[in-house]
Design a protein around this ligand. Sequence first.
Ligand SMILES: [Zn+2]
Length: 95
Amino acid sequence: IAKSLCWRQCGKTGDHTHIFWDCPVILAYWKNIKLEMEKIVKREVPSNVRFFLLGVISVDVFNADQRYILRVLLLIAKKNITANWKSVKSPTVTE
Ligand SMILES: [Zn+2]
């Protein structure tokens, strides 16, 4: 299979991880999502792939309500990426 380049024109190979995480365009998006989440749960959220893509939320750090809202926000944030599939631009936090 020929490696296809990322459609966001960053010049890198556009595999699954890249499209959802590694791409510089999408990393900026996740950074903004993180800031919004921290405003909502009023504490620091992790900035790793385990939290954002696999949805691993620490029971030691977040209570049940916080885990629930974080799960919902992560779901919307990922849905937003698939909704903007093949778009050069990043989805926005407002979306
Ligand atoms: Zn890219």
